[in-house]
Design a protein around this ligand. Structure first.
Ligand code: KG4
Ligand code: ZN
Length: 331
């Protein structure tokens, strides 16, 4: 099976070629136009996708050493995401599939993040616990056989990535803020500011990050000078608070369900502190932790293709231009 996969849900235009579980090419173009606005502007994002999608797809074919006539199907992210940007990817995929008379496979973006961990035959076993942490979502799921998902908990307000981005903005760092906080935190003291760990002891698996954001705001308002000379320490304190909550709650879910395989996914899974905290959990307490390679943590088309291939392995694909939501995961 040879798949072209397309991802355009937010500010990364990406195309990939997947063949029998291997990534032959995966090209990601990040849109820097949003930096000046401190967040993604949907209309600008849609226009940038439109400008780049054809060239990126052609480059993908060249890198993979195939042509469009070798394709079995085209996988595309249908949501969740920004409407304009999604429409660019979906219509591109549908048009190309129509011209080649091959099927389109609609893929849920959140679900696909998990499958950035399904590379080289090193799969987690079923059932597994998944922590999906991105700019728009933060949730813990239990995944059983047949791609059946149970959402165990999710954020009641901001996503973890959103908290990173908004706090970074308060600190005068650029967008996206997560990678910048991560970089500065490397030389910072995580105990410099005492920050809350919202909902860490709640009896459920939900999260809340807006109170943490407020706590940082209050701290900055009354410690302007100190904070400006200790920005690395503030970043390390913020990162530690977010990581602490994510790791503690994921571990609680794994214990409650008696599951040892934990899959971490989404943009925030690129965070170095989060990665080391989960690796520590694996070394000290015997959990099998699956973390994607950093390039597959943030949005990319390879994960879309990997999931589409797994899902279609047991189904007969028909040329189908109607995109209906995949029923298993409704978020
Ligand atoms: O999954 P993703 O690429 O896009 C969405 O689906 O939202 O996630 C983007 C989020 C942003 O909030 C970004 O700041 C965060 O992932 N992120 C990070 C790091 N790299 C990306 N957060 C913390 N540390 C990082 N190294
Ligand atoms: Zn994403």
């Amino acid at each position: 099976m040879t798949l072209l996969a397309i991802e355009s849900s937010c500010d990364e235009t990406s195309a990939a070629i997947i063949q029998d579980g291997r990534i032959l090419s995966n090209i990601i173009s990040s849109q820097w136009v949003h930096q000046q606005f401190g967040g993604v502007v949907p209309e600008l994002s849609a226009r940038a996708h439109l400008r780049w999608i054809t060239g990126i797809t052609e480059a993908c074919f060249t890198e993979a050493g195939i042509t469009k006539h070798d394709l079995t199907a085209i996988a595309v992210t249908y949501g969740p995401g920004l409407m304009g940007p999604l429409l660019v990817g979906v219509n591109f995929a549908k048009s190309l599939a129509y011209s080649l008379d091959i099927p389109v496979i609609p893929v849920n973006h959140i679900e696909s993040h998990l499958y950035a961990n399904f590379l080289d035959g090193n799969h987690p076993g079923l059932p597994f616990i998944g922590l999906i942490v991105s700019g728009g979502h933060t949730l813990i799921v239990r995944v059983d056989e047949g791609f059946i998902y149970r959402v165990l908990g999710q954020t009641r307000d901001d996503a973890a990535g959103e908290a990173f981005d908004k706090i970074a903005k308060m600190l005068g760092l650029g967008y996206p803020g997560g990678p910048q906080v991560d970089k500065l935190a490397k030389t910072g003291n995580p105990h410099f500011v005492e920050l809350p760990r919202p909902m860490i002891h709640s009896g459920d698996f939900d999260f809340s990050f807006s109170g943490l954001k407020t706590a940082v705001k209050i701290y900055l308002n009354s410690n302007k000078e100190l904070a400006s000379t200790h920005i690395n320490d503030v970043c390390a304190s913020v990162q530690d608070a977010i990581t602490d909550v994510l790791v503690t709650k994921t571990k609680k879910a794994a214990i409650a369900h008696g599951i040892k395989d934990i899959v971490i996914a989404g943009g925030v899974s690129a965070n170095s502190r989060l990665r080391s905290a989960f690796n520590e959990l694996s070394e000290k307490q015997g959990y099998r932790i699956f973390l994607p390679p950093p390039v597959l943590s943030t949005d990319n088309a390879a994960m879309v293709g990997l999931l589409a291939e797994l899902k279609s392995a047991n189904q007969t694909l028909q040329p189908n231009l109607e995109l209906s939501p995949v029923p298993n995961l409704v978020i």
